[in-house]
Design a protein around this ligand. Sequence first.
Ligand SMILES: *Cc1c(COP(=O)(O)O)cnc(C)c1O
Length: 356
Amino acid sequence: MTALLEIDLGAIAANWRQLAAMHPGETAAVLKADAYGLGAARLAPVLAKAGCKTFFTAHLDEAVALREILPTARIAALNGLFPHAAADFYEHNITPVLGSLRDIALWHAEAAGLGRPLPCMLHLEMGMNRLGLTARELETLRANPTLLDGVQVDVALTHLVAADAPDDPVNRSQAMAFYEAARQFPGAKKSLANSSGMFLGPFFHTNLARPGAALYGVNPTPAHPNPMRGVVRLTAPILQIHDVAPGETVGYSGVWRAERPSRIATLGVGYADGYHRALTNTAHAYFDDTPIPLVGRVSMDLTTFDVTDVPATPGDTLTLLGPRHGVDALATEAKTNGYEILTSLGRRFKRQYIGA
Ligand SMILES: *Cc1c(COP(=O)(O)O)cnc(C)c1O
């Protein structure tokens, strides 16, 4: 008896259409980390059918796997080029997102070898200090335009530092700096917003938006009700129910102690399934419409819930993620974010794709 993870492809397509309708530019889909753990191979055709034409991954390998499924879409790998990889990018028609002068030199050399210009995107560093061309590197390019010979810059992009905090003035100053820097590449489209960035208003709407999390139901506007549809539901059957007397403890190290005669339900889900250990004594599941507290420590393969107040019996299911308790709610309980909840969802769950 294993847990069931239902992934609603129809809701994902509807989320993409909703985001695409928010602005006049193109809307891509970010499918890195196996589409935030939900299965890029299953989601990609659904998003393509909804009208998505540009897909982002982090790694070349992810992009190559996607190419098998999407023969004609534009697929770009965010993490950049690395030595000896340019030929693979070219061969699989993957657009590299170049983020350094070294990346540009590698793509330039590939283009020179082939005798034809090669498309790419440029990542401009604007405050994250992770990836991207710095102001100094842009200055070097300005002074040496031949470095870009054969390097056809289709898109200039940057990634917002604090898109989920709409009141943070860094957003507007970053956007202004980006628009100024992007003028160096007049033939390139501009790409600024991730999911949350799309909700910052028209000033942040560029030629190409890059939502990921919002497609998968994570709230892009944390201070407000979630405008997106939830896309996952995780249910698990109760393996056993134990009657526990007052004073007895449950689970490792006895971190929960019964204060009344209690009925404790055990589920076959644990931290090895991405049901984080930080949820110990904190999380909730649902029995129909009733919230049920998690009691005791989350262990590798098992978790325990107090079902004293509901008529649950072994074989009944509890809902760990669903409409009443979505990824953001569970993330708050686990002191993380919805992204980490999604990307750590376990491989042992039976996965069912619905709504397609
Ligand atoms: C992950 C990522 C995105 C998508 O971000 P979400 O917050 O999931 O919408 C967009 N752009 C870049 C550069 C990213 O790394």
